[in-house]
Write a protein of this length. Sequence first.
Length: 167
Amino acid sequence: MKNDNQLRDEAGYKGFEFDYNRNVIFDHGKVIRLAPHEADILKTLLDNRGRPTPMSALISKVYGIREPDAAAISIRVAIHSLRKKIKATNMQIRVEPSVGYEIDASRIPELNRRLTDKILLALNLAQSNEDSEVARLLEQALAIATKKRAEKFPANNTVQFPTALAA
């Protein structure tokens, strides 16, 4: 197992990064190790951000078809532990009774970028590395994403005011 310094050196980003494959969170130079179940839960909650995730969905993601009898208790214990570990990152896990768990990651800008923002970051990196083929493909992806966003949120949603007051 690699020590925290080796993991920190391998982190590709110096802000916030969740490495699901290694069960590690990198948060501004700190390394937060997660148990495998905690990483599964965090990934599921982040994938479903903005809406509650039912306990049944968490159990399914963590255990698959081999669900033990005490799965719900195990998930609750893992969430309790995960809450303590992620407190320093400003993420919070809330429970909505009879609905499920929801994560608030609004204070982590890396997790709240729009797709176009992420493509622009990658495009800038490709251009700075003079990788013209990747830059060309990212420009195409940006055009598609921008078009899709414009279709989803049309700009002509302005309120029309009458030019003269009715008498």
